[in-house]
Write a protein that binds this ligand. Structure first.
Ligand code: MTE
Length: 305
């Protein structure tokens, strides 16, 4: 009788081939997850606390990093964290072009040097009526815009998310058009509260929250906070934005948080803070009215929703 020792037995003999290939894929996936988590673990140095921070209770990090909207990585709230490793952030470049004297392509080191890093604890109110309070890390977007010197023709800024059709959802599967696009009026983009964001909770952004660089515009609904930006363009006309393109009667260009203008399918009068049970009232401009209301003086905010 021939007895095989363990080293003689090939795994293909004891495991059906499909299972064994699946196991290899699983292991590769676990490796990817570890990589994604180690990217999250990078500390950002020399961060100053900002006087623009709210003193409200901070949302637990686990809530803010596991309940997300990032349709390129899946349309459920859990999918972006589960599929985080599909977003490859190595050798990331951000191209800034259009109506400016100094168009430039930045690598992350160059981009992160354009302003002094601050921790800003901001409220973020999603259009779906949940909200979070997060210690974001970044600097005012105005630092980047000033560096490229907008010309007199620059009236708006448009932003685009990196899109890899090979590893991300198709537009048909996502239900919105990719690459994801957003835009701001130039004066909104130059407002000190508009934050070019590189980190949260002391560390670089995890992929599901928009690594390596995203926007946070705290007085607007969360969908204006475009993630994983790789293109910025200064333009003369109001740029197209993904949610407005998908459903213009439900989502406008401005999308300022406004409890008096309901979404056609639900009230915007209140919200649920992640980690809490009772609802709270939603505030005009998400509580930032003192700082930003003057940007919209004389505008009908019911029409310009
Ligand atoms: N950016 C891209 N590229 N893709 C998206 O699907 N979702 C937006 C915004 N930025 C989204 C995006 C929406 S609807 C919200 S509420 C916020 O990201 C959520 O940010 P968070 O997951 O960090 O809380």
């Amino acid at each position: 009788m021939l007895i095989k020792t363990a080293s003689d037995i090939r795994s293909s003999e004891i495991t059906p081939k499909s299972l064994y290939l699946n196991r290899r894929r699983l292991l590769a996936g676990a490796g990817g997850l570890l990589l994604a988590q180690s990217a999250f673990a990078a500390k950002i140095a020399n961060v100053k606390k900002s006087p623009l921070s709210t003193t409200e209770a901070i949302t637990p990090v686990g809530d803010a990093t596991s309940y997300n909207n990032f349709y390129e990585l899946g349309t459920s709230k859990a999918a972006p964290a589960q599929n985080a490793a599909r977003l490859k952030t190595q050798n990331w470049k951000v191209k800034v072009e259009g109506a400016c004297n100094k168009p430039m392509t930045f690598d992350m080191d160059g981009l992160m040097k354009l302003g002094a890093m601050e921790e800003r604890i901001y409220r973020m109110r999603c259009v779906e009526a949940w909200s979070i309070v997060v210690p974001w890390i970044g600097y005012s977007l105005s630092n980047l815009l000033k560096a490229v010197e907008p010309t007199a023709k620059a009236k708006y800024v448009s932003f685009e998310t990196f899109y890899d059709p090979g590893s991300m959802l198709s537009s048909a599967a996502g239900g919105i058009e990719f690459p994801y696009r957003e835009g701001l009026r130039l004066d909104e983009a130059m407002h000190p509260l508009a934050l070019l964001t590189f980190g949260m909770y002391g560390e670089t952004l995890p992929n599901q929250n928009g690594a390596p660089v995203r926007l946070i515009v705290p007085w607007k609904y969360g969908f204006k906070g475009i993630k994983s930006i790789n293109k910025i363009r200064l333009v003369e006309k109001e740029p197209s934005s993904t949610w407005k393109m998908s459903n213009p009667s439900e989502y406008g260009f401005y999308s300022n948080v406004n409890p008096q203008v309901d979404h056609p399918r639900w009230s915007q009068g209140s919200e649920r803070r992640l980690g809490e049970f009772s609802r709270r009232k939603t505030l005009m401009f998400n509580g930032y009215a003192d700082q930003v209301a003057s940007l919209y003086a004389g505008m009908d905010l019911k029409k310009n929703y």
